[in-house]
Design a binder for this molecule. Structure first.
Ligand code: ZN
Length: 155
């Protein structure tokens, strides 16, 4: 694939999103996710939500996908994503891969895999029936729901 099969445009989820300009089948590569990586980051504890998302692409390795060189940088998080971010240890490349068939024009989303601490500072507006309202990794969502149930003061 020499030409990108994605484009960035206004998203119903948030800001700009990444959209397919070409259909994808399950397992197909969608776009590379490019940016500097580091193993030195500490989990962000700042209360200021940042548009710069450091994503943990494998245990202990973080990637900053916010660079303009990253064609997939506008891909939004969803609680019911149609893609996943896969890091290849031999090529040292991260790619968005389709985990469902994606039709032309569909928004491409993946699970940012945030911790509960990070998720508390990043709200999710994916509108899926199972949305927790927070950007949190799928395996942590039951714990997040319990946390929100017992700490809900307003919203
Ligand atoms: Zn959601």
């Amino acid at each position: 694939m020499s030409e990108l099969s994605v484009e960035s445009k206004a998203s119903p989820i948030e800001g700009l999103g990444l959209f397919a300009t070409h259909p994808f089948l399950v397992g197909q590569k969608i776009a590379p996710y490019i940016g500097p990586t580091t193993d030195k980051i500490t989990t962000p504890k700042s209360s200021a939500p940042s548009p710069t998302y450091w994503l943990e692409i494998k245990p202990g390795l973080w990637l900053d996908g916010s660079s303009a060189q990253n064609p997939a940088r506008h891909a939004n998080h969803s609680c019911a994503p149609n893609a996943e971010l896969v890091y290849d240890d031999t090529t040292h490349e991260a790619w968005l891969i389709a985990i469902r068939d994606i039709a032309t024009g569909n928004e491409i989303t993946f699970d940012y895999g945030f911790s509960i601490a990070e998720g508390l500072f990043h709200s999710c507006q994916c509108k899926d029936a199972a949305c927790t309202g927070r950007i949190v990794a799928a395996p942590l969502r039951p714990a997040l729901r319990r946390h929100l149930r017992f700490s809900r003061s307003r919203d």
